[in-house]
Design a protein around this ligand. Structure first.
Ligand code: CA
Length: 244
């Protein structure tokens, strides 16, 4: 029940941070299992799959994954029970877990977080959202909180090493401050950054940024992002975030 394939080499735009990261997908529904595995492989992860909690435990014992995508509804040990077992196990108590919960089941979400899951995604979900959550959780659990080398979300590519941003393969002509803003947002898709946090993050680059000029910079950034401009969302009264 294990397939471990590194597809990173087949996709030139993938970041180095996904290489050698093993994600275990625990789901008994074949369609969802395949869809999740396919998208993980496309994003450069190593993938292992299990259709039950018992299988998952066997695989985890053989090689500890870097993250587990865990469905709540499983035959045998439920996803919640498996999550609790992992949290009690000294070896695996810090293993990042994203739960897949049933649509509209708020009880699942509460129980899941209570069982020690780090995050959850409700079914049906978009693969892009799940991939963003996986990347964000891996970064969080990586401890250093550094931006990934390359971030690729829905045709928006941000490469911190080459100082390059592209939309659908077209390079964006950004100022250093605009680039720093985009890199900040892309490093944590979905997270809301306050204007103060944005200033704090960008100040290190030696550019004068005031609260009001953040808005001006965002305006300029959006204009250059073309069709991807909608990805930079204003969160009223707080700040901005990258939506996926
Ligand atoms: Ca299931």
């Amino acid at each position: 029940m294990i397939e471990a394939v590194n597809a990173a080499g087949d996709h030139g735009t993938l970041g180095t941070d996904t290489e050698d990261k093993l994600v275990l997908v625990v789901e008994d529904e074949e369609d969802i299992q395949q869809m999740v595995c396919y998208n993980l492989l496309r994003n450069g992860y190593l993938v292992a799959s299990a259709t039950s909690g018992e299988d998952a435990l066997g695989l985890i014992e053989k090689r500890r994954p870097d993250l587990v995508v865990l469905d709540i509804m499983l035959p045998g040990i439920s996803g919640l029970d498996l999550c609790r077992m992992l949290r009690k196990d000294k070896e695996n108590s810090g293993l990042p877990v994203i739960l897949l919960t049933a649509r509209g089941e708020d009880n699942d979400v509460v129980a899941g977080l209570d069982a020690g899951a780090d995050d959850y995604v409700g079914k049906p979900f978009s693969p892009t959202v799940l991939m963003a959550r996986v990347a964000a959780l891996l970064r969080r659990s990586g401890g250093r909180g550094e931006a990934a080398g390359v971030i690729n979300i829905e045709g928006l590519l941000v490469d911190s090493n080459r100082h390059l941003a592209e939309v659908d393969g077209e390079e964006l002509d950004l100022t250093p401050t605009e680039f720093a803003l985009l890199l900040l947002f892309a490093s944590r898709p979905g997270w809301v950054f306050s204007r103060d946090q944005i200033i704090e993050a960008v100040r290190g680059h030696g550019y004068a940024v005031t609260s009001r000029s953040v808005d001006v910079q965002i305006f300029g950034l959006r204009k250059k992002m073309g069709r991807a401009s909608r990805m930079v969302e204003t969160v009223r009264g707080i700040g901005y975030r990258l939506v996926v």
